[in-house]
Design a protein around this ligand. Structure first.
Ligand code: C2E
Ligand code: MG
Ligand code: MG
Length: 562
C-alpha cells in the first residue's frame, strides 16, 4: 500500500516542527491527524478561515462534523476508518467545508499515511487547499486575477509600503450582448483583445493589469499616479478600443466604462474596502451611460451606503409586522360648507436611527426597492378601516389614499382593494385613490379604469408638476385634480401663475372635475384662492397631518357636538 513508514528515530515534535516550517511556504492549510491519540493539528490560518475551535483539538470526528458539509461527512469518516484499519492509504478528496461566514466552499484535501514497523497507521499528514482560491491566473487572457491583486496589495501593506496611486476597474459594457449574438469564442476573443490593449497601456505608466470577474479588469497603479493620470489612461484605452474595432471592420464592437478610486499611502485601506468602493464606482459609471467614467468620491458613496442601510431598515420593519410605520391624517375641507369632509392618509416612519426622515426621503427608496408593494397594502387596509370608523361620526367621511405607480404596476391592487372593501364593508365611493401626475399614468391606464369601474374615486395628485392634459384625464375618468402647493406658493407672488391656477380650475370645472388646492398655509392665501372656487382645500391653515387620535380630537369630536 502507498504509505510511508516512520523512521525509527523520528519523534512527533520533530514532525510538528517540520510541518510548521512548511506551513510558512504555502497558501494551503497543513494538517497532522494523530490517529492513535485522536488528535488533530492544523495551520493557524485555518482557524481564521473555518469555524474550528483552535489549532489543535481532540475528538476529531465530532469537530470535523461541524465544518464538513453533511452530504460529504460520511464519505470522509468512512475513509478515515479504512485508513485506521489499514484497508487503504489513500486520502485524496474534493469536498466542502463551512467557512466562518457559514458558506460552504470546495476544498481539495490530500493526505499521506505514516505507519510504524508493525504497519499500524500512526498519522495522516497532508494539506487542504481551497479550490476556488487557486485561480490566480486566467487562462483566456493570460492575466493574473484579482486573487493575485489582493496578494500584491497586501504585500505592500505588510512591508509598510502603503501604495500610492489608483485602482481602476474597467468593464466591457456590451459583453453579454457579444456572447449572446456571436457566441463564447468571439466573446473570448474580445476579452483577449481588450486584455492586450490594457497591457500595452499599463506598460507605459507602471501599472499592473488583472482580470477581475466576467468582463471586468483592474488596473493597479502604486507609483504615485494621480486621478488626472488615471483619466488620461482611460482615454487612451478608449481610443485603442475604437481603433481595434476599426481594424476588424466593426465585426465586433464594444465600449468600456471605468470606475476609479484614488489610493493613498496615508489611508491604509483594506483591499476588501477598496473592492467595495470599486463596485460602487463601476456601478455609477455604467448606470449613467456606456463608454463612461466615474471617479469615486466619499460623499456620494456615503449617501449611497446610507440609502442601502435605510432600505434594509425599512425591510426589517415591514417584515416585523409594519413596526414603526404609522399613518397620519390631514383634514380636507369643503370650501362650500367650511367643514371637514374627509382626510388624506400620509405615511410616517418613526425610526430614530437615521434622524428625521420624511416621506420624500424614504418613499422613493420604498418604490425603487419594490417594498412599497407590501407596505402599500397595509396603508390601504389601515386607511380604509380608519375611514369606516370615522364614518360613525361623519357619515360621508372620505379617505384619500396615495398609491404609488409601482403599486399600480407590480401588485394585484384591484383584487386587493376589492377584498378590503368587502371585508371592512364600506362603499368604494368614499375611497379616493391619489396617483401622482408624474407617476406614469399612461402605463397604468387599465388599472386606473378598473378602479373607476369599481366605483372608487380617483384624484390626480401634484397636478401642475407633470405633463398631463385635460383631455387625457377625462379619458381616464379622473374625479379630482389636486393642485400642488408649489403652484399655490408661486401664484401668491405673481400674477401669471395666479391666472394659470384660475384657468386650470375653470377648465377642470367645465369638464366636471373637482379641484382641491393643496398647501394653504394662512388666511391671506385662503382669501386669495377662495374667489377661484376650488371645491376642496387642504393645508396647514386647517390642520397639519397628525396621528389618528389627535385628528379625532381636532376634527371629529367637534362635529359630534355640531
Ligand atoms: P402629497 O400626497 O401631495 O401630500 C401632501 C404633502 O404636502 C404632505 O407631505 C403634507 O404634509 C404636505 N402639506 C400639506 N399641507 C401643507 C401646507 O400647508 N404647507 C406645506 N408646506 N406642506 C403641506 P408629506 O406627508 O411629507 O408627504 C409627501 C409626499 O409623500 C406626499 O405628497 C405623497 O406623494 C407621498 N406620500 C405620503 N404618504 C404616502 C403613502 O402612504 N403612499 C404613497 N405612495 N405616497 C405617500
Ligand atoms: Mg397626496
Ligand atoms: Mg399633493
Amino acid at each position: 500500500m502507498d504509505n510511508v513508514q516512520r523512521p525509527d528515530n523520528l519523534i512527533y515534535p520533530q514532525l510538528e516542527y517540520t510541518l510548521s516550517v512548511i506551513d510558512k511556504c504555502t497558501d494551503s492549510y497543513i494538517f497532522i491527524f494523530d490517529l492513535k491519540n485522536d488528535s488533530y493539528s492544523i495551520s493557524a490560518s485555518a482557524v481564521k478561515r473555518f469555524p474550528l475551535p483552535c489549532e489543535k483539538f481532540n475528538n476529531v470526528s465530532d469537530v470535523l462534523k461541524t465544518v464538513i458539509h453533511p452530504d460529504d461527512f460520511d464519505t470522509i469518516i468512512s475513509n478515515l476508518k479504512e485508513i485506521e484499519e489499514r484497508k487503504t492509504s489513500q486520502h485524496n478528496f474534493e469536498y466542502r467545508w463551512k467557512n466562518i461566514d457559514g458558506d460552504y466552499i470546495w476544498i481539495s484535501c490530500r493526505g499521506q499515511v505514516i505507519t510504524n514497523n508493525d504497519d499500524e497507521a500512526l498519522y495522516l499528514i497532508g494539506r487542504i487547499s481551497e479550490i476556488g482560491a487557486l485561480m490566480v491566473a486566467d487562462n483566456i487572457t493570460g492575466l493574473l486575477t484579482d486573487v493575485q491583486l489582493s496578494r500584491d496589495y497586501k504585500a505592500y501593506i505588510a512591508k509598510g509600503l502603503n501604495p500610492d496611486g489608483y485602482l481602476m476597474r474597467l468593464k466591457i459594457d456590451n459583453f453579454k450582448e457579444i456572447n449572446r449574438c456571436y457566441g463564447k469564442t468571439t466573446g473570448n476573443g474580445v476579452l483577449k483583445t481588450f486584455a492586450k490593449i490594457l497591457e500595452e497601456e499599463s506598460a507605459f505608466n507602471n501599472t499592473c493589469v488583472y482580470r477581475y470577474e466576467n468582463s471586468n479588469f483592474m488596473l493597479f497603479n502604486h507609483s504615485g499616479k494621480t486621478i488626472k493620470d488615471a483619466v488620461s489612461a482611460y482615454e487612451n484605452i478608449r481610443r485603442a478600443v475604437e481603433k481595434a474595432a476599426e481594424k476588424n471592420e466593426y465585426k465586433t464592437f464594444f465600449t468600456v466604462s471605468a470606475g476609479i478610486v484614488k489610493i493613498s499611502k496615508d489611508f491604509n485601506e483594506e483591499i476588501e474596502d477598496l473592492y467595495k468602493k470599486m463596485e460602487y464606482a463601476i456601478y455609477r459609471a455604467s448606470k449613467e451611460a456606456s463608454n463612461n467614467i466615474f471617479i469615486f468620491n466619499e460623499n456620494d458613496y456615503n449617501k449611497y451606503i446610507r440609502r442601502l442601510k435605510i432600505q434594509e431598515s425599512l425591510r426589517i420593519d415591514i417584515k416585523d409586522n409594519f413596526k414603526n410605520f404609522e399613518l397620519y391624517y390631514q383634514p380636507v375641507i369643503s370650501l362650500k360648507t367650511n367643514k371637514v369632509i374627509g382626510s388624506e392618509a400620509l405615511l410616517r416612519w418613526n425610526n430614530n436611527e437615521f434622524g428625521d426622515i420624511y416621506p420624500s426621503d424614504f418613499i422613493p427608496i420604498l418604490e425603487q426597492s419594490g417594498l412599497i408593494v407590501p407596505l402599500g397594502k397595509w396603508i390601504l387596509k389601515t386607511a380604509i378601516k380608519q375611514c369606516k370608523l370615522w364614518q360613525k361620526y361623519i357619515p360621508h367621511f372620505k379617505m384619500n389614499i396615495n398609491v404609488s405607480y409601482v403599486q399600480l404596476r407590480n401588485s394585484d391592487i384591484l383584487n386587493d382593494i376589492g377584498d378590503y372593501i368587502e371585508e371592512i364593508d364600506i362603499d368604494p365611493k368614499y375611497i379616493v385613490i391619489e396617483v401622482t401626475e408624474s407617476g406614469h399614468l399612461d402605463m397604468n391606464t387599465e388599472i386606473i379604469k378598473g378602479l373607476f369601474q369599481r366605483n372608487f374615486k380617483l384624484a390626480i395628485d401634484d397636478f401642475g408638476t407633470g405633463y398631463s392634459n385635460m383631455r387625457y384625464l377625462q379619458y381616464l375618468n379622473v374625479n379630482i385634480l389636486k393642485i400642488d402647493r408649489s403652484f399655490v406658493e408661486r401664484a401668491t407672488k405673481n400674477e401669471y401663475d395666479y391666472k394659470i391656477v384660475k384657468h386650470i380650475i375653470n377648465m377642470a370645472h367645465s369638464i366636471n372635475l373637482e379641484v382641491c388646492l393643496e398647501g394653504i398655509e394662512n388666511a391671506e392665501e385662503l382669501k386669495t384662492f377662495s374667489s377661484l372656487n376650488p371645491n376642496f382645500i387642504q393645508g396647514f391653515y386647517f390642520g397639519k397631518p397628525v396621528p389618528k387620535d389627535v385628528f379625532f380630537e381636532q376634527n371629529i369630536r367637534s362635529s359630534i357636538s355640531d
